[in-house]
Write a protein that binds this ligand. Structure first.
Ligand SMILES: [Zn+2]
Ligand SMILES: [Zn+2]
Length: 118
């Protein structure tokens, strides 16, 4: 077994799935059953922040096109988006609820992340 790339005197417990470097117990962080080194975890967190869907755009879509479920397509909730499209936003009521949820910052994307206010 190779040693950790940070601590050359420590035995590695696995390889980072992000960069492939061997890391020791102290250096590894497990996310969803995968092992990452500290620098890759940081990159991952940064990506998630940047990758968040835009709150203002979702709000505008829900106001102007809410009856068609376009804002749900935008955040990746395709299934309920289609349902909204067929039902014309639950006769407007569902679309209205979504506008309120988005406006109050409670609406999440398909990954469960809150929308980003830029
Ligand atoms: Zn890494
Ligand atoms: Zn280490």
């Amino acid at each position: 077994m190779l040693n950790c790339y940070v601590h050359s005197d420590r035995e590695s417990v696995g390889a980072c799935v992000g960069c492939g470097k061997f890391i020791c117990q102290e250096c590894c962080t497990e996310v969803n059953g995968k092992v990452y080194c500290k620098s890759c975890i940081q990159n991952k967190l940064n990506e998630q922040e940047e990758g968040g869907k835009d709150w203002l755009l979702a709000l505008l879509l829900s106001i102007f096109l809410g009856g068609l479920g376009i804002h749900r397509f935008y955040v990746g909730k395709i299934g309920t988006g289609i349902l909204q499209l067929i039902t014309f936003g639950g006769c407007g009521i569902w679309a209205l609820i979504d506008i309120i949820l988005i406006a109050t910052g409670k609406f999440t994307d398909s990954n469960g992340n809150l929308l980003q206010k830029r």
